[in-house]
Design a binder for this molecule. Sequence first.
Ligand SMILES: Nc1ncnc2c1ncn2[C@@H]1O[C@H](COP(=O)(O)OP(=O)(O)OP(=O)(O)O)[C@@H](O)[C@H]1O
Ligand SMILES: [Mg+2]
Length: 235
Amino acid sequence: MQLQLERITVKYGNAVAVEDISLRVEMGSAVCLVGANGSGKSTILRAISGLVPLAGGQIGFDGERIDRLESHEIVGRGVVHVPEGRRLFPHLPVINNLRLGATLRNDRDGIGRDLDQVFRYFPKLWERRNQKAGTLSGGEQQMVAIGRGLMAAPRLLILDEPSLGLAPAIVAGLIPVIRDINRKGVSVLLAEQNMSLALGVADRGYALQIGKVVLKAGIAEFRESDLVRKAYLGG
Ligand SMILES: Nc1ncnc2c1ncn2[C@@H]1O[C@H](COP(=O)(O)OP(=O)(O)OP(=O)(O)O)[C@@H](O)[C@H]1O
Ligand SMILES: [Mg+2]
């Protein structure tokens, strides 16, 4: 087991955001986390990345407990988080935003290879490499955010709602890229409300309701479940 959340609880002040959540990502797998607004998807991802503290439970990565590490130490273990809403530096060129993902690395050759790979995945970004990130379309900004994540040499890539605000055709274009990243050996944990993206990349799924796991299953069973069909696939 590569990532293992054991009965984690996270609170904001006195408000419990997620309670008693257990979740696993096997080495090399792709897992989706679906749930309505406010169900706790981002909170779980932030807890893994050390951006919010646990009120209970523990988190292991590669057999090591990571829930008391600093977020930069967690990145250093290969757990890389592409946040909801992209969080780019809008006044910096695309290329600088991408290179910022590699801040903790010093393997120049590897960084160069990964940058080439990002531009192979997203040729538009090569055309726009000297443009300020804030001038790009939403879809291109999401490409930059994913590219920046890849520049950190992830072993587990955490994606928080990459489809947010994007047209269906743009979302569809992300599916083969995320699948290829996963096929090359990077585990993926994807929080999504867009079921075509979630079902298009994941081999296992978890569904959340109000901070609790209400379903976990392999992706075929997940897709066919009453809960997913009623809540997300229109019956
Ligand atoms: N910084 C915060 N301070 C206080 N409460 C928060 C904070 N962030 C999230 N919450 C609350 O925690 C709960 C879970 O929110 P979270 O953002 O994790 O959900 P989500 O599933 O990612 O939702 P969305 O689909 O809207 O991104 C919600 O009740 C939310 O209001
Ligand atoms: Mg969220």
